[in-house]
Design a protein around this ligand. Structure first.
Ligand code: GUN
Length: 286
């Protein structure tokens, strides 16, 4: 039996179509949603992500401001820009693309963003609100995963959920969202002893480790829901294609539902960034 695909591209399009009316209503009242994206340095993946974020904003009728600094920029320069954007009434969301160059203390940069403009949901105040089950902004990738589970009618109450990955961007907020939804949650990482013993218990398995085809068919419970957050570039000798953390070709014969890469979680991340920015503008316009 082959698993049913969870189509993130289609859901992203559906949600973005729904955003149009909200953006138009805000604009009519003089509150066009605005997102500022700060990029420091020339990390190729970050440059692509930032370009896609800015383009998606503009395609959605929103204002975007891209601010690019060279890799050797002093942290004070970026902190001064964040202070300026915090005070700018035309900007509702501020995002600093991670990772930052070595001279930066990421935490102090994220803490400098006004919590009500922190559309990534990375400020300690917003992480705390999520942990308490009363989120203000949900980090975009795990938010997108929750939307996909909801769209596919997955009730998480009482389910065994296993998250592989413990990053602040995906793994930890993903675990909090699953806990808040009533799942029994285990958080593993690539070094977890006997990882397969954990993953084989999962009704819902979320892979966010950043290792190509790390999750093999023998690690998956028959009938599980498998969410692949990985976006890995295979080496040229293996075709150079994008590939997830899950061995899709084999796992699709075991799982009940599975996300493809590309076209799964990826398109949902930027969509939820737009959702958070619109939400920020709506709160501000109240
Ligand atoms: N780097 C990788 N993913 C993300 C994200 O969701 N937000 C930011 N700011 N940086 C990232």
């Amino acid at each position: 039996m082959s698993a049913q695909l969870m189509d993130g591209k289609a859901l992203a399009e559906e949600l973005r179509a729904g955003f149009k009316a909200r953006v138009a209503a805000l604009e009519a009242r003089g509150h066009r949603p605005g997102l500022a994206v700060i990029l420091v340095g020339e990390d190729p993946a970050s440059m692509v992500y930032v370009r896609n974020k800015v383009n998606a904003c503009e395609a959605g009728g929103m204002l975007s401001r891209k601010i690019v600094y060279p890799a050797d920029t002093a942290p004070e320069t970026v902190l001064a820009k964040i202070a300026e954007l915090n005070a700018d009434p035309g900007i509702h969301g501020i995002l600093v693309q991670l990772p930052l160059p070595r001279q930066f203390d990421e935490e102090s940069v994220l803490e400098a963003i006004a919590p009500e403009k922190d559309v990534d949901g990375f400020h300690a105040e917003n992480v705390g609100a999520l942990a308490q089950g009363n989120p203000r902004f949900i980090p975009c990738t795990p938010y997108g995963v929750m939307k996909m589970l909801e769209k596919n009618g997955i009730d998480l109450m009482g389910k065994e959920a296993v998250v592989i990955g413990r990053s602040n961007i995906v793994g930890k907020p993903m675990a909090l969202l699953l806990i808040n939804a009533g799942a029994t949650v285990t958080v593993c990482n690539s070094k977890t002893k006997d990882l397969a013993a954990h993953t084989r218990r999962a009704d819902v398995l979320v892979a966010a480790v950043g290792k190509p085809r790390f999750i093999t068919a023998d690690m998956v419970k028959p009938g599980a829901v498998v969410i692949d957050v990985g976006i890995n570039r295979l080496p040229p000798e293996d075709g150079g294609k994008l590939c997830g953390d899950v061995d899709f070709a084999a796992v699709k014969d075991i799982a009940a539902l599975i996300t493809p890469v590309p076209g799964g979680v990826g398109p949902m991340t930027i969509t939820m960034l737009l959702a958070n920015t619109i939400e920020a503008a709506e709160r501000e316009a109240k």
